[in-house]
Design a binder for this molecule. Structure first.
Ligand SMILES: NC(=O)c1ccc[n+]([C@@H]2O[C@H](COP(=O)([O-])OP(=O)(O)OC[C@H]3O[C@@H](n4cnc5c(N)ncnc54)[C@H](OP(=O)(O)O)[C@@H]3O)[C@@H](O)[C@H]2O)c1
Length: 348
């Protein structure tokens, strides 16, 4: 048996779904993988820094029964000795005795902060890190990868692109010595759903509302509509799988804001529907160019089969000419499978 103390930084949709999945599969982890775990730290802006090396009552936290911060903090233990309330990240990480940090805070596409600093500090002290947050990946991948290696820990991030679908682990573990020449995909649920809704007759504003009602678009949908979310994902994939430094700002980017429902419907009627296509390609000189663009595609293109909130990616490798992965209707629960699988990789 290996035993892990887990610290969850960010306890929103993904953090909570992850805690639920860990609970649900506790028996299987013990029996099949010899892994035991307890959650010894949970933190968010609203919760504050909760830690107990003996293990927090996760069912109560999931049920919303958050311990009153002062009451809880006054009973915190550092190696059995009560001390003053925890007021910062470093103390929280120490108090939780974490062996694995799950970093699931909100995305900052411009700089990846403060997640980048949090992950850097955890790796620096020899704690494994798993994140679903694309920000630190696109702004610090090479540094964090090397820092993890120097400290003999893992930095894993499966859920950052296409949630629970195995992309990074596929390349790491099942595709040795391949050269990725090109990838194309549909990686943003909101815009793909909006295009489907506009094809069905909704206005742009109604399509935004439809995505918001399903919980996949934010109150301000501009990051999706203007292609920023997709550009961050293209940057993450190119950075890791093609080993280049390509920031989201370097991805050529046009969103779907200027597409009228009439144009979208006409394109579908013509048999060449519009999709927001994500792409990156290595040129003859070794440079990588990347884009997020609304494009009309043929119906026999694998990308044309993806409707609604689903995602798809197709890889062209030197060894395999077309390898396609499609994920139907991703959500926070399916995303949580990414960090869950990363945890098994670490603990095994
Ligand atoms: N939802 C998905 O399906 C999905 C899919 C792939 C990747 N992701 C990525 O996964 C991450 C989490 O997504 P989510 O849907 O769980 O978001 P969410 O529901 O908004 O939760 C974010 C959590 O992070 C906390 N947080 C934000 N900034 C913080 C800070 N500076 N310090 C401490 N805590 C902070 C929030 O605390 P408060 O609530 O107290 O503010 C909240 O608990 C994001 O980076 C997202 O891009 C999500």
């Amino acid at each position: 048996m290996t035993s892990h103390s887990l610290a969850l930084l960010g306890f929103g949709n993904v953090g909570r779904a992850l805690a639920g999945l860990l609970q649900q599969k506790r028996g299987e982890l013990q029996l099949r993988y010899g892994i035991e775990w307890k959650i010894t730290g949970v933190a968010s802006r609203r919760l504050g820094w909760l830690a107990d090396p003996a293990g927090l009552d996760v069912s109560s936290l999931l049920a919303g029964a958050v311990p009153a911060p002062n009451l809880h903090r006054s009973s915190l233990h550092y190696g059995g000795v009560s001390k003053s309330p925890i007021s910062n990240y470093q103390d929280w990480l120490s108090a939780s005795h974490a062996t694995v940090l799950f970093e699931n805070t909100s995305l900052d596409p411009q700089a990846g902060q403060p997640a980048l600093d949090y992950i850097r500090a955890a790796l620096g002290r020899g704690t494994h890190v798993v994140t679903a947050n694309k920000g630190p990946l696109v702004h610090g991948y090479h540094e964090l990868r090397d820092l993890a290696a120097r400290n003999h820990v893992r930095f894993l991030f499966e859920a950052t692109v296409m949630g629970g679908a195995p992309i990074f682990s596929l390349f790491r573990e099942a595709l040795p010595a391949v050269e990725l020449r090109r990838f194309r995909g549909i990686l943003n649920s909101t815009t793909n759903l909006m295009l489907s809704e506009m094809e069905a007759g909704l206005t742009f504003e109604q399509a935004v509302k439809s995505a918001q009602d399903l919980g996949i678009a934010e109150t301000d949908p501009s990051a999706d509509v203007d292609g920023w979310d997709a550009a961050v994902k293209v940057s993450a994939l190119a950075t890791v799988l093609m080993d280049v430094r390509l920031s989201p700002q370097q991805v050529q980017r046009v969103g779907i804001r200027d597409l009228s429902p009439r144009a979208v419907q006409a394109a579908r009627a013509e048999g060449r529907p519009y999709k927001l296509v994500c792409q990156a390609e290595r040129g003859a000189a070794g440079q990588v160019s990347a884009s997020v663009l609304p494009q009309q595609i043929a119906l026999d293109d694998p990308l044309a089969s993806v409707r609604g909130a689903s995602s798809i990616i197709t890889f062209e490798l030197d060894t395999l000419h077309g390898l396609t992965l499609k994920e139907e209707e991703p959500n926070a629960a399916t995303t949580a499978y990414g960090p869950f699988a990363d945890f098994i990789t670490i603990a095994s």
